[in-house]
Design a protein around this ligand. Structure first.
Ligand SMILES: [Fe+2]
Ligand SMILES: [Fe+2]
Length: 93
């Protein structure tokens, strides 16, 4: 199912990002990881049937809003901090 592939991609992305933030000793890693975990939990609930599967349009809208919002704001917040740590930058290639 497409949602499962999205969940896998997202989790791999989150793991790499969290590892990078750990290396950089990002002081707001706990909060950032919690945002990722909210995404993980929602997608897991859908894929396991714990939460009802939304209609495709609503799911796509939620995914786009979440990703655009997260990348556009929360991911930007760590950029300056990480750029000051060459080892962290190198960890994501
Ligand atoms: Fe993130
Ligand atoms: Fe990200």
């Amino acid at each position: 199912m497409a949602v499962g592939r999205i969940a896998l991609y997202a989790d791999q992305h989150f793991q790499r990002e969290e590892h990078m933030l750990e290396i950089a000793a990002y002081p707001w890693l706990t909060q950032h990881r919690a945002r990722h975990d909210n995404f993980r939990a929602y997608v897991a609930a859908i894929t396991t049937g714990t939460a009802p599967l939304p209609v495709v349009g609503e799911l796509l809208s939620w995914l786009v809003d979440w990703w655009v919002g997260h990348i556009g704001t929360e991911d930007k917040q760590y950029r300056d901090h990480v750029q000051g740590c060459a080892e962290a930058v190198a960890s994501v290639g």
